[in-house]
Design a protein around this ligand. Sequence first.
Ligand code: NAD
Ligand code: GDD
Length: 330
Amino acid sequence: MKRTILVAGGGGFIGGHLAKELLKDPNNHVRVVDIKPQDQWYFVHEGAENRVGDLANMDVAQASCEGVHDVYNLAADMGGMGFIENNKALCMLTVLINTNLLVAARDHGIEKYFYASSACVYNADKQRDPNVTALKEEDAYPAMPEDGYGWEKLFSERMCRHFREDFGLHTRVARFHNVYGPYGTWEGGREKAPAAVCRKVIQAKTSGDHKIEIWGDGKQTRSFMYIDDCVYGILKIMNSDIIEPINLGSDELVTINGLVDIVEDIADIKLQRDYNLSAPKGVNGRNSDNTMIQRELGWAPGIRLRDGMQRTYDWIYEEYTAKYPTAVKA
Ligand code: NAD
Ligand code: GDD
């Protein structure tokens, strides 16, 4: 018998890539549910059962879990700093999705439940210095997460824990650190720094206006995980015995200026940098401590930033020039 797998939020970036990977196994029946109209999904996989529905609605959550063995919950109303700093209430309303899906998963006797949490759950005090000490799983407490989005993630993590303790639901929780790659959002306000920087460099290159606006002073640090590492890690964690929330992120720390250097190098261009100090900035420094994932799985995300950014840049370049052909100077 086929294993029926629900990918909640599978019209989005990570869920779309994950569904593609799950479909490679002929024993899987993959059900994708997303609130967006299908013409806005990043992927519509032919082999999947594709449904449009609002998982913040309990009836939709219950119907989505019908006959399902495993749930991967990647549905959320989120984005990069530009979105989460200005939409805290919307980010927190995502709690309805996780609440409904956990209840529906319990009611339908789901075998395993994966929850996509975030590095935004970590205590802000541990992220004040750009020369950040990489974040260990225990650094989420005492709790002082990112306002709005981070609080919702931390609360939903705990709901997973209590559904495991009280109802015996087998939950797995990964804290993703900034994920990038092809088929991610690259314009419109929800894009994160890797895609935003690619778009801005392409814009400058194709228009001939050799300037770039960078949010903050460019000295803030992050680590960025390529999508292939993310999908591989999700599946490894889901199929492991790791019941506590675990980091899933790269530990290759880079400044935002360093990220721009990489993209300039890929595009073979040098731009004048304008720093916007009033733009959304988030924490000063964030990195993933991968001691736990190395210990538990003997693996950690390892795709080099330069390599992942080359593939991301190439994809965004194609998208950008197809969408804005007149912007490209001869
Ligand atoms: P995404 O925005 O591309 O995908 C999320 C999908 O959820 C979207 O397609 C959206 O339409 C869908 N969705 C939103 N509300 C819904 C609802 N009510 N019902 C059904 N579907 C709904 O984002 P992503 O980058 O693929 O992120 C996936 C998950 O990983 C999210 O939970 C996110 O918070 C988490 N995460 C992502 C990152 C990252 O860097 N991308 C980092 C940390 C955590
Ligand atoms: N988005 C964006 N766009 N960020 C920029 C830009 C730009 O044009 N220029 C500079 N930055 C800076 C931001 O100011 C921030 O300091 C840094 O780049 C990283 O921004 P994002 O990629 O937007 O977000 P983040 O790393 O602070 O948080 C993201 O990752 C978390 C997990 O680690 C968000 O996507 C969260 O939702 C996610 O949970």
